[in-house]
Design a protein around this ligand. Structure first.
Ligand SMILES: [Zn+2]
Length: 202
């Protein structure tokens, strides 16, 4: 990874992401880069005035949400900046509602953003994004039994993410090193410290 992609990489260790899913889990939604449907970060009791809010029930269904506020889906970058500026741990402010694989993948991707504040430099966006993709794929691999996600379905997801990442690098005019998302590399226990494994499971 080139230096300087994240100016304050890892300012806050990620610990627990609380994810809630209604009874009907859908693992067939493809990752194609379009905005994830049926996914939102629901706000806990604040004050979190720096987070742009919307009614959670507009985005997440089957969880009995009524008047709860959620992070506005367009507010991911603002939240990333705000968590860093206010030194608020994302897990203290938000939980994730997602009822399908595309939604959960993007929730995990955004979760990586929240903990790794940094500038989106022009022509380096693909590098920033691929780091979040790696985090999301590794989390899903480690937690595949709990999700649940079969190994072939994880591999299908990984290939979709490779395609998406390649497009981003092309858009940035940068060359894409596909080994960044190599399956053996992502699933190797040796790429994770014991601490990180416990973190991802919790
Ligand atoms: Zn992103």
């Amino acid at each position: 990874m080139p230096e300087g992609i994240f100016d304050a990489f890892g300012w806050c260790d990620s610990d627990v992401l609380e994810w809630r899913c209604p009874g009907s889990w859908d693992d067939a939604t493809p990752i194609d880069g379009s905005d994830p449907a049926r996914m939102v970060f629901v706000l806990r009791h604040g004050p979190f005035d720096f987070l742009p809010g919307e009614l959670a029930a507009v985005h997440a269904f089957g969880l009995g949400l009524t008047v709860e506020q959620a992070l506005a889906p367009w507010g991911i970058d603002a939240a990333t900046d705000g968590f860093h500026a206010h030194r608020v741990r994302p897990g203290d402010a938000l939980w994730l509602a997602a009822d399908n694989l595309n939604a959960l993948f993007w929730g995990l991707h955004d979760w990586a953003h929240f903990h790794n504040h940094g500038p989106f430099e022009p022509h380096q966006r693909a590098w920033t994004e691929v780091q979040c993709d790696v985090s999301a794929l590794v989390w899903l691999w480690i937690n595949r039994r709990d999700v649940p996600l079969s190994e072939p379905d994880w591999e299908r997801l990984r290939r979709q993410v490779v395609r998406l990442s390649r497009k981003r690098f092309e858009g940035d005019g940068a060359s894409f090193d596909e080994s960044l998302l190599d399956a053996a590399r992502l699933t190797s226990r040796h790429t994770l410290s014991g601490e990180r494994e416990r973190t991802a499971r919790s």
